[in-house]
Design a binder for this molecule. Sequence first.
Ligand SMILES: [Zn+2]
Length: 414
Amino acid sequence: MDKQIRTVAIFFAVVYAICACNSLFAQDNANVFDKIVIDAGHGGNKPGAIGSKYKEKDVTLAVAIKLGKLINENLKSVKVYYTRVIDQDVDLYKRSSIANRINADLFLSIHCNSAVTKAAGGTETYAMGLGKTESNLEVAKKENAEILTESNSIQNYQGFDMNSPESDILFSLYQNAYLNKSLDFAAKIQEQYQTNVPFKNRGVHQANFVVLWKAAMPAVLTEIGFISNPKEEEFIGSEYGQWVIASCIFRAICNYRNKTDNLNDPIPTLEQLIPKDVLAKEKLRKENETLQQELLAKQQQEDSVKNASAQDTPQTPAQAPTPQNTSLVIYRIQFMSSPDKISVSDKRFEDLEDIFSYQEKNTWKYTAGIFATQKEALAYQKKVKEKYSDAFVVAFYNGKRITIVEAQRLQKNN
Ligand SMILES: [Zn+2]
């Protein structure tokens, strides 16, 4: 064979081999769960539902970023895409088209619920489909309302009208191919919430969400709690609560991937997923909450004894409960004092965390933060000083104010 022809032949053989290999990999990858799109609901000038302290758009973004971090660190073969990573307005139709463009294996939209009654609460996860109950329709209507403020909504949503029944038929033509997988993933998310989130499990539902409409892959919308419910707002607004929610969704993704890819990969526990400092702080907060309740009960019992003896009734001394955590030293930042008692949920305190008040003589003192060490407290003091320049570190032992020197001595002895 002529040398030139041989070179050309070898060249084509190599090119063919590379192509064959590539198509083999491409085929493999197409069947493997390796791309997920995380959609933080709302953003920019569309805040979503507004609670007394937090806005939906900020909570959803914080959870989305935490979830992405968990996937990047613990599921290295899965690539994470976001519809937004900053406080930015993204049209609803663009969110799923991002997922379609990269051929994602899963689309997850994160939202917070809200209701007029403060008592309404719980988590729920949706797949596309006809909303069967009034409350499901209401949730979809609220989340879809955003398109009313988007430009070109007529073209982008093909004349979709939230209030017309024909729109339901338009919707039902889509998504069916992925419905079973979407429902399966939704159920896995709710299973995790049920075990790990302290809210009611409202279950898996179907309703027509514009954001899921054209996703050409299994797609769900999860409502992580009610921002209108003070207890739930506190949880989903807190670092700890957001890590719990993100870890639940992460574990559901692992479960789903194990099933679709026929794997048996171990799934980390919440303890392993949530950062150590966040867990430690939550433990401290809980211990302190118990302590405060015990002290309050003791105070009430002492008061009732005083009142009873004032009325001169024969009385056996009441047994006051003893605080359980006898070695608990905590640090807080004191930033304000007032002759009046101010509610800890007062608007003035909204930038600060873990507000706690106590009375000394006739003055109410207000503190923020809970810390196990003076060092952590000093770091937080800097933040508090931005607004309250006189803020300083105070220490407590079993709920009673002590000096910093005493606190350090107690901690040394332990
Ligand atoms: Zn929403």
